[in-house]
Design a protein around this ligand. Sequence first.
Ligand code: SF4
Ligand code: SF4
Ligand code: SF4
Length: 346
Amino acid sequence: MISLTIDGKPVSVQEGSSVLDAARSAGIPIPTLCHHPKLSAFGGCRLCIVRIEGIPRPVTSCTTPAAEGMVVTTASPEITALRKTVLELILSDHPNDCMVCEGAGTCTLQEYAYAFGLRDNPYPGERRQYEACDANPFIERDMEKCIACGRCVKVCDEIQGVAAINFTYRGFKTKICPAFERELDCEFCGQCVQVCPTGALTGKQWARTARTLDVQKVRTVCGYCGVGCEVLLHVQNNRIIRVSAPDDGWNEGWLCVKGRFGYRFVDSPDRLTEPLIRKDGVLQPASWDEALQLVADKLTAIKTQHGPDTIGGLSSARCTTEENYLFQKLMRAAIGTNNVDHCARL
Ligand code: SF4
Ligand code: SF4
Ligand code: SF4
């Protein structure tokens, strides 16, 4: 363990911890935009600066390892003024259209602008202007709202292992995009949307559906596959309008494209709600007794005429373990074949 002093308070942390980790473990708040506890440190936003005795200038606490005997100051008029300037510089090239922004209510930049009481822009000048990019089915990218924190780049590389996006150009022209500024064409897991601290990345499906305050969040389990990721359903008027993942779930806040974006089937008018039997070439509603009898008759006829091994059964990852067990039992014991498989192996 390492012992240091932060704002006059003795703190002990594991070796390898950063000064930011140490402060937060002691309940000392330090604002951050680029930092994410599950991603490697970047030190890009400069908001987490602190003073450390013996170091002539303020340093970023997220990239500075805690060391034995360190004496750290996280809050002082000087530090507050520097953080305020950092925020003003970020906001000087930001659309500030919180009234219509999807991120409003969950945007960390908005939260800090409020906390620091920022109203005016002391740094007027050139602004980046980009068309919104949404030539893909899932993610709307508004790069004018991007603060180049790099969280999306890191999550795509370090968590998803895809590296679909990166910093392009440098300086004022810095922009996050796929190689050669092509359209986004990736796994569409949406982890980048989940970690973006502003409204730069949004799910297209939930854009302009509801304000954060208007939704109720229901914690449950994704029903798409046996992995069983924990999800948060954002519900408004009894409709799911968005899915995210709780950071403290066993899947650590990450989902795949199905879990995050595949929720529209729930209230789709195309959803099957009763059995259909094709009669005279047209699918027509039928009772369960009628449908099950038809299936049993057809399977019995095939088995009698051609033998049980001419029948095969495919089960589903969306069924429970018990249902999958019963299905193989049906195939083996009732029909008499070992031709049974599962969609997860296709
Ligand atoms: S959706 Fe997933 S794969 Fe695509 S850019 Fe975002 S994090 Fe990377
Ligand atoms: S798109 Fe969002 S997460 Fe990515 S760098 Fe910009 S602000 Fe950060
Ligand atoms: S479908 Fe995707 S999000 Fe859902 S449980 Fe499986 S891996 Fe998780």
